[in-house]
Design a protein around this ligand. Structure first.
Ligand code: PEP
Ligand code: MN
Length: 642
């Protein structure tokens, strides 16, 4: 049983709660669990939960049938998001740890760190103390290796993780490492778990090669009970009768553990399969199964590696894996957390955004709590970012323009229904607003209704018209009346205001995040599962900067740009514009024409272009385009989502 303390705790509340528990035979202990302050209740006491819940300062009392109390999802329902330095693991992000099996030399770790960071890894791994099966195998460089790892991490602005193998070393390592790894062989070294847990630093807890899921979670419990706050579980393959691979990756453990525990799950495909050619497939399978990240062994020269060379990826293979993960992430409703190329490490933010929102200055979106745009915002800026819900898309642009929001997040295109012209029109109306980032969100529609409602009691469904269009096949099966709303989250809010009988009759179509306190009757009801919405992040151009901000392609940051222009009414005018782009290696990824409002049969062209990595002549190209076009608007250059 755990007691979650209220955020508005009175001065003597804690004392009274502890006294109450002690009187009933418990040994209360104050600690934190995720963001909550809690009192855990070891000992064989007995208390009336109802009575305990009513004590001042008690937010809630949670009990579990599981032997692991602090790690159990029964005591903490929401996903725990852990922090390793500035990097977060868990929630809607995928965080990738990469580096060599062992630190071998300054050159080796520096080179590996630079390569994995370049590909977007957010934490650097490397063993300094290596637990090897043979006593004659390379045992690691010890503390010297850890110093080299720290130096390489600092050079790349990445936190580091390294394995701790003995209690004696744990304290010595504390100030050098950002995260401790407990290796598979030590998963049940309980004295080590207690010592490392008490240090309070983040821990990556590998699953023992023969450990059951329950034993693994009990080891996590040791760490949490000893005081660790940031614990991630790491599946790294278990021993089975199969000998082809080094171990057998237990993919099913991922959804099982996610159901049993709130802790984030990292998967180590390298030790699981032990064969380089299969590491990436296993890693992708883990992400598809719901892992919050991977830890992958990468070595610039695996054939020369002192340990685990055969399973270490070449940096180019790791780069490919990262791109594949990025493409897969939206399918599982997540975003790959990437180290921005060529920029100092600052989290949470997408690589596409040039600045984090300044403290306290919110990010604006249109809609209500739980709207898809809010989900996109959380992906881009993290759960902690202050948010400003606006009644319309124009209000988002206004908020960014007048400075009441640092950034805005607006949808511009859906993979099934095409461009959202309303927002493209707003870019024309607000010349001082620029696109600075992009992200894609998978749209998974749910049918949401009151707890007591069922498909049989529903007579009316509310949603945004696009929600209806995208769920047509499902809706066609029922005789329900459809009532459009201005957005999907508002449709769900309206359910909460229904009274009496009507509560059972009305349902809404929206995303899962909007459903809090209501029942999700059906999920994934969209006709086509390849339903993605592309959002752009907007910000205000610098004061007085009327001209489009030219992208600095030298630092290879932006790789995509959006522009709008009209072409003169002469033969080959559009062709001429496109030809000069082609000549400069600018890749056209989208071209659309739209009528100009108030000018019948005149058109504007809307373009998205991919920018070449090396060409620095984009500015000149824009100048040239301006001379060939009528209306010309540069919307912004940004790092495009895949
Ligand atoms: C490692 O990460 O290099 C390692 C030794 O892993 P495991 O403990 O999973 O074998
Ligand atoms: Mn290894």
């Amino acid at each position: 049983m755990i007691v979650v303390l209220s955020k508005r705790l009175g001065p003597r509340d804690k004392e009274r709660i502890c006294a109450f528990l002690e009187e009933r035979g418990f040994s209360p202990r104050e600690q934190t669990l995720g963001d909550d302050d809690i009192i855990s209740t070891a000992g064989k006491g007995a208390a009336d939960i109802q009575e305990l819940s009513l004590l001042p300062g008690v937010e809630r009392v949670a009990a579990t049938s599981k032997p692991y109390e602090l790690a159990s999802r029964e005591t903490k329902n929401d996903d725990t998001i852990i922090s390793v330095g500035p990097v977060k693991i868990g929630g809607s992000r995928i965080s990738i740890i990469a580096g060599p099996c062992a630190v071998e030399s300054r050159e080796q770790i520096q080179e590996t760190a630079a390569r994995v960071r370049e590909s977007g890894a957010v934490i650097l791994r490397g063993g300094a103390f290596k637990p090897r099966t043979s006593p004659y195998a390379f045992q690691g460089l010890g503390m010297k290796g850890l110093e080299l790892l720290k130096e390489a991490g600092e050079a790349q602005g990445m936190p580091i993780v390294t394995e701790v193998v003995s209690q004696e070393r744990a304290l010595e390592m504390r100030d050098l490492t950002d995260m401790f790894q407990i290796g598979a062989r030590n998963m049940q070294n309980f004295e080590l778990l207690k010592r490392v847990g008490a240090i309070g630093k983040p821990v990556l807890l590998k699953r023992g090669p023969s450990a059951t899921i329950e034993e693994w979670l009990l080891s996590a419990e040791y760490l949490l009970a000893a005081g660790a706050r940031d614990v991630a579980l790491c599946e790294r393959g278990i021993r089975t009768f199969e000998t082809y691979t080094r171990n057998t990756l237990d993919v099913s453990a991922i959804p099982v553990v996610k159901r049993l525990s709130h802790l984030p799950v990292i998967v180590d495909p390298s030790h699981a399969v032990g064969i380089r050619a299969m590491v990436s497939s296993a890693g992708l399978a883990a992400i598809a199964a719901g892992a919050d990240g991977l830890t992958v062994e990468v070595h610039p020269h695996p054939d020369k590696a002192q340990s685990d060379g055969p399973q270490s990826l070449y940096p180019s293979q790791f780069e490919r894996l990262m791109r594949d993960i990025e493409a897969l992430a939206p399918v599982v409703g997540k975003e790959l957390l990437r180290t921005p190329r060529g920029l100092p490490l600052e989290f949470p933010r997408p690589e596409a955004v040039p600045e984090s929102p300044p403290g306290g200055s919110p990010v604006a979106y249109a809609g209500e709590n739980g709207a898809y745009a809010e989900q996109a915002l959380i992906r881009a800026f993290g759960e902690e970012a202050p948010r400003l819900a606006c009644p319309s898309f124009a209000a988002v642009f206004d908020a960014v323009l007048d400075g009441s929001a640092a950034f805005g997040v607006v949808p511009v295109e859906n993979s099934l229904t095409g461009s959202l012209h309303e927002n493209y029109d707003l870019f024309l109306r607000y010349p001082d607003i620029a696109m600075v980032g992009e992200l894609k969100l998978r749209i998974l529609h749910c049918l949401i209704a009151d707890e007591a409602a069922s498909l049989e009691t529903i007579t009316l469904v509310r949603s945004h018209p696009q929600g209806f269009a995208q769920c047509k096949e499902f809706l066609d099966r029922y005789p329900w009346k459809l009532e459009p709303c201005y957005n999907t989250a508002a449709a769900v809010s309206s359910l909460r205001r229904e009274k009496g009988e009507n509560r059972l009759k009305v349902a809404a179509i929206a995303g899962e995040a909007a459903a809090q306190g209501l029942q999700i009757l059906r999920t994934g009801i969209e006709t086509n599962p390849l339903n993605y919405t592309r959002f752009v992040i907007i910000s205000r151009k610098n004061a007085g900067d009327k001209a489009p901000v030219p992208p600095s392609l030298g630092s290879e940051r932006p790789n995509k740009a959006s522009l709008i222009f009209s072409a003169p009414d002469t033969p080959g005018a559009l062709y001429g514009c496109l030809r000069i782009m082609a000549e400069r290696g600018v890749n056209l990824s989208k071209l659309e024409s739209r009528p100009i409002l108030g000018q019948p049969w005149q058109y504007l062209f809307y373009l998205d272009v991919g920018l070449p990595e090396t060409d620095t002549g984009f500015e000149t190209l824009l100048e040239e385009l301006k001379t060939r076009t009528g209306e010309f608007r540069f919307l912004g250059a940004y790092r495009g989502a895949l």
